[in-house]
Design a binder for this molecule. Sequence first.
Ligand code: ZN
Length: 119
Amino acid sequence: MVTYSGEVSHQWARRRLLADWRAGRVSRETVCDGDFRLLAASRFHGESVGRPCPICGGADLRVVLWIFGESLGKMSSSARSVEEIERFADAGREFTVHNVEVCPDCHWNHLLSAREVGP
Ligand SMILES: [Zn+2]
C-alpha cells in the first residue's frame, strides 16, 4: 500500500473543459492532444476505467499513473505500474503521482488528480 500525503483533484477543471467543448468554445484538436508517449503508456500501463470516453464515446478509456520527482532521477516523468510506484514508495522516495485519463481512440486526455508520496 502506498501512503499519500496529499491529493489535489482536477475534476473541476476537467468538467469545465468538457462543458467548453460541448458548447463549442474549444476544438476537438485542443482537447484530444495526447502526445505519443502518453498514448503509448496508456496502452502498456493504462487501466481501463469502465466508463466511456467523454469525447468520442469509445469504451477503451484508461487511466495512466505518471510520476514526477527529483528523487526518481531519470525515471521522473514516465508512466509506471502500481507495483513500481509501491516499490519507489517503500524505498522512501518522494514524488508526485498524476492520474491521467487517456482515450487511445481519440487522444482525449486530462489530469484527474495529483498525489504526493513521501514522508
Ligand atoms: Zn475518445
